[in-house]
Design a protein around this ligand. Structure first.
Ligand code: NAG
Length: 184
């Protein structure tokens, strides 16, 4: 067998296996979303357990250069079964509890209150009671008390192959309390 015949054959073998390889990747990438579409949506219930609003500053505790701003702390209940989001093309989930609200200056504001990474189906049932938000809410206008907002659980599905898929639960409407009296 001459060298060029040998090279031809090697070339054919390599191109055959790379076609198989990319076909498999394509099938995995395409069936992940199809399986998600076919399965029931995850059951999620979100509620605000309590909330308080106080004056504070963002950034470092001793950083006095930041203006005082209203900071809302939310305690929430979350009951979610995200197991339908796990199929053979699910690597992990990025999960966030998000408050959405609109103000005069900006129609859409989104603030993450809590987040988590779920790496396996075994961990995909979340039950939290009166959990304190990891992040306080504040607005660029420095006012947040009395505001209406929607809480929803949002998730990004990180696949083994293919694109990130984003979705969220139905909104739960809340009204933040006014700032606790006295000091201005
Ligand atoms: C909350 O969601 C509902 C339903 O989608 C919508 O009508 C309402 O405007 C939202 N409220 C806020 C404050 O974004």
């Amino acid at each position: 067998m001459s060298l060029s015949t040998w090279l031809n054959r090697a070339n054919a073998v390599v191109s055959f296996f790379s076609s198989v390889f990319f076909t498999v990747l394509f099938v995995v990438a395409a069936t992940g979303p199809a399986l998600l579409f076919a399965s029931a949506p995850p059951q999620v219930s979100v509620a605000m357990a309590k909330a308080s609003v106080r004056l504070g500053r963002l950034g470092y505790y001793y950083d006095r250069t930041q203006p005082q701003t209203e900071l809302a702390t939310i305690h929430f209940d979350l009951d979610a079964d995200l197991s339908p989001l796990f199929n053979w093309n699910t690597k992990q989930l990025f999960v966030q509890l998000v408050a959405e609200y609109s103000t005069e200056s900006y129609t859409t504001n989104q603030v993450t209150i809590w987040d988590d990474i779920i790496a396996s189906k075994e961990d995909s049932v979340i039950k939290l009671k009166k959990k304190k938000g990891e992040y306080a809410l504040s607005d660029i206008s420095n006012k947040i008390g009395g505001l209406q907002a929607n809480l929803s659980l949002q998730w990004d599905i990180m696949p083994h192959v293919g694109m990130l898929i984003h979705d969220k639960s139905a909104p739960h409407q809340i009204t933040l309390p006014k700032i606790d009296g006295k000091k201005k």
